[in-house]
Write a protein that binds this ligand. Sequence first.
Ligand code: MG
Length: 315
Amino acid sequence: MLITLNNKTLQLRSPIVTAHGTTTDRHIIEITAEEDGVFGYGEAAPLPSFGAETFEETQIALTEWSNNPDTLPDPPVARSGAAAALDHLQQSKLHTPLPPGAVAVQALIGAREISSVERQISDAINDGYRAVKLKVAATDTASDIERIELAIRLIDSRVLLRLDANGGWTRQQALTVLTRVDASRIALVEEPTSVPSDWGKIKQETGIRVGADEHLTDRQQIDRLIELEAAQTFVIKPSILGGPPATRGIAALAAANDIEVVISSFLDGPIALRTARDLALELAPEQIHGLGTAPLFVEKFPQDVQPIDGHLHRL
Ligand SMILES: [Mg+2]
């Protein structure tokens, strides 16, 4: 097997502000695995603030793996990209393309200023999105309440409003914000606090479904979330969780415990978005996924990973 690596940088149109910090661009390693004239593609792009390795560690691990492809790299982002390339290579060897299909995706609203939030939500609705995800807990509770109320005013009840606190609220802040707004209009809150044992109380007090995202790190953590009944939704990022094989494993665990699955981008480039889109089609074709991130970049992504009418299309 021949593995080649190619570095590239993608620029975000405007910085994405979360409780973990601000992201302005993405440094990506594109992975090509070739065997007998057949190709498999993967991509690795760590965001260290989300608990992944550094870019340098990804690069070193993938370079070692390219010389010794029998042993997958250890660091999670490098491992996920390598596993994705190998999974795609196996698929390509079947010489049977996956059938065309489409999955619904949400629009991500990452802006901090209220005027930008208003414009981004209006654009998302006009573009046909069926769900809007608002980043919260990156500033203060008063502005969170203001932005959530604005979002509720702007979207009609057929569009889902999801929130993502990235663990940035305390339990009291989460309860303050979520009991001040019309909780019946909020379909999901991801990682409301950094402590999953808080989440049951938040679900109980507000009725809002809680999603686990950053806490889905390894089997031990996932088992603990299940034991605590902390989350009703698992937001799975294939590009940090070990690629397609690990994603399938977590989705099976979720299904066995009556937990919904949303497949999510890690502000991915085109190749990892394609991997995630195919997993979404395979594992939860009726769900609205977190894969509408292509328009956040200055670079124009290929058509099959660009949201069109709120969907990604496998052509
Ligand atoms: Mg999240």
